[in-house]
Ligand binder design. Structure first.
Ligand code: M6R
Length: 614
């Protein structure tokens, strides 16, 4: 995905746009660019690499002072991440500058048409076709808003476009289909951006844009239409966090800050959901109880870390609700002809609410008549907007590309949903729901306890920083925790890391074990079942083959001592809630190893915060 911004108002537009890009750089950092309109002339600067390269370029070749500008930070899809392919793209007649997030699928045929009308292309991108077509339209006398609507009707794929016209010194026109766009409403100034973080410094009043809509913005107001030109009402909202949430606040990385925010984030996810009558009240679940009672299958669909949160949720949902629950990677779901009926409840989990594969799963399920509940962190994002109901995690902005508080709050929200279904369907008594809620509410303090004791993990990271390969083992809900621990290490430390169900090891993966290979093992609490003892056996199996075992276990459990090279003690929790604690040391370990290796923890190579293309 990419980050895009437009500004019109009395401030120095270059500064506003560059600061906005800095706050959206997590969305893509292959290149960055800016265009300003000053005295009827468009000027642009764009540079491959991170935003800092563009800032250096701007010092060497300053832009004229302007009060209208657009900017872009790119995660490349079409065309290499070089200077030429960086946005903004200018029409060859010099009228239009345009930035784009998404993919224009029919760009080849449109490019041929634009070339036949005299446009001269410079880049290899799909985006340039939109700039050239707009340039041709306005040169033919069509005003910018109408020109934007006309080309949007012809574009296929996913796009947010922001464009300015050299002949219109006070106007920005933006459009969206399947990619995010939000309008920021200031006093005598206006913003359009992919994310409110881009303008949160100046205003917390925002307007949500619907699917297939165009917004025309001047410094005094805005007007929204559909692609056919009919006026529509944007949905205004107040952003409930401020600039400090979008800054590092003294931490070296956003990721580390977000790890440490987890007690508060989980608390906020749970806040106000359980009333004095000891009833769960999920007001956002706008699905009738009769429909929820009819549900005969739940499918959780998500990607990456959110998928692992879904794997955790499955254990709880099936246990509490006695409804079969499948968990599927969104990119696989749609293309295998899944069995979805009106009695299926689709649950999507997405921090950003923008992930294209997850969005497509929502649409597919709704076409089959299923109800959809979204678990999401981003107010007004496309996935919750297109779902029947939403549980917002209220975790505050997650800016580090590696998801951390996203994961723990998604688990908390999915548990709320599971308990709510159990309450509605009567599969749990009120006192049973109350007991789980009480334990859930005790988790923020326990997460804090884990965070107060990170010295051991930092020392471990120091000792293991040169390791080449790390395994993570768990069973039951400990298995997705293992997967998440491995993913964190892969994506920011670039280490080979794998998570396995501990019992599956001897069916193949144990062949990977070498002398001194670090293996993290999540041990379930000692309880009624045999799970705990089985995992202890698995630890012995890898230790016998030379592994260096790092065992995460609840405090007071000394049974692991003979088989563990290192023990990380966790506060006591029941099996289902243990992931909220066991994940935290693994996040810190990955963050610390990556820091010691000198990697950019917040912006790991090849990645972007959310994947808005299929
Ligand atoms: O925004 P989403 O939760 O839908 O994103 C899903 C994945 O792309 C995301 O969790 C990704 O795996 C993270 N980089 C993991 O840290």
């Amino acid at each position: 995905m990419c980050g895009i911004i437009g500004y019109v108002g009395p401030r120095n537009a270059e500064t506003v746009v560059i600061d906005g890009l800095r706050r959206m750089e997590y969305r893509g950092y292959d290149s960055a660019g800016i265009a300003v309109l000053s005295d009827g002339v468009l000027s642009a600067r764009k540079k491959a690499g991170k935003l800092i390269n563009l800032e250096t370029e701007l010092e060497v070749e300053p832009l004229p002072s302007a009060q209208l500008a657009i900017g872009h930070t790119r995660w490349a899809t079409h065309g290499a991440p070089n200077d030429v392919n960086a946005h903004p793209h200018l029409s060859s007649n010099g009228r239009i500058a345009l930035v784009h997030n998404g993919i224009i699928e029919n760009f080849a045929e449109l490019r041929a048409e634009a070339e036949s009308r005299g446009a001269v292309f410079r880049s290899e991108t799909d985006t340039e076709v939109a700039a050239q077509l707009l340039g041709l339209e306005v040169a033919d006398g069509t005003e910018l808003g109408d020109a934007m609507r006309a080309i949007c009707r012809r574009l296929e794929g996913a796009f947010t476009l922001v464009a300015i016209d050299a002949a219109e010194p006070d106007r920005i026109v933006a459009a969206r289909r399947n990619s995010p766009l939000v309008v920021g409403v200031g006093e005598g100034e206006m913003f359009v951006a992919s994310d409110v973080a881009a303008f949160i410094e100046f205003t917390r009043e925002a307007v949500e844009m619907g699917q297939d809509e165009v917004v025309e913005v001047t410094r005094d107001g805005f007007r929204v239409t559909d692609f056919a030109g009919h006026e529509v009402q944007g949905k205004p909202y107040h952003v409930d966090w401020d600039l400090s949430a979008a800054e590092k606040g003294g931490y070296d990385w956003f990721m580390r800050k977000e790890i440490y925010e987890q007690p508060k984030a989980v608390q906020d996810t749970l806040l106000g959901r359980y009333n004095a009558k000891r009833e769960l009240t999920l007001d956002e679940i706008r699905i009738a109880d009769s429909d929820l009672k009819r549900v005969d299958k739940i499918i959780v669909v998500a990607c990456g870390t959110a998928f692992y949160a879904g794997l955790v949720a499955k254990y709880a949902i099936e246990h509490w609700c006695r409804i079969p629950c499948e968990v599927e990677i969104a990119s696989e779901f749609r293309y295998r002809d899944p069995i979805v009926t009106p009695n299926t409840l689709l649950v999507t989990i997405s921090q950003s609410g923008e992930t294209a594969d997850t969005l497509m799963a929502v649409r597919h399920a709704r076409e089959q008549g299923a109800k959809v509940v979204a678990i999401c962190n981003t107010n007004g994002a496309t996935i919750p907007r297109e779902s029947d109901a939403v549980i917002y995690t209220h975790a505050g902005p997650e800016i580090g590309v590696a998801s951390t508080k996203g994961f723990t709050t998604q688990i908390a929200a999915a548990y709320l949903l599971g308990l709510y279904l159990a309450q509605v369907r009567g599969t749990k008594f009120g006192d049973e729901v109350a007991a789980v809620m009480a334990e859930l509410e005790s988790m923020p303090a326990k997460i804090q306890q884990v965070l107060d004791n990170t010295g051991q993990i930092h020392a471990l990271a120091q000792r293991l920083r040169d390791t080449k390969s790390v395994l993570f083992l768990g069973r039951h809900v400990g298995y997705p925790v293992a997967l998440e621990g491995a993913l964190k290490l892969k994506e920011i430390a670039y280490l080979h890391a794998e998570g396995f169900p501990a019992g599956e090891l001897k069916h193949g993966p144990i062949a990977l074990v070498e002398q001194d290979m670090p293996i993290f093992v999540v041990v379930p609490p000692r309880g009624r079942d045999q799970l705990h003892d089985k995992v202890i056996s698995n630890i012995q199996e890898v230790r016998a083959r030379g592994a260096h075992t790092i065992v995460l276990v609840e405090e007071g459990d000394t049974t692991v001592e003979p088989y563990a090279d290192e023990i990380v003690y966790l506060p006591k929790a029941s099996t289902l809630l243990q992931p909220l604690l066991a994940t935290v040391p693994l996040q810190i370990f990955a963050c610390q190893v990556a820091t010691l290796l000198g990697h950019d923890v917040d912006q790991p190579r090849n990645l972007a915060k959310s994947v808005t293309v299929e």
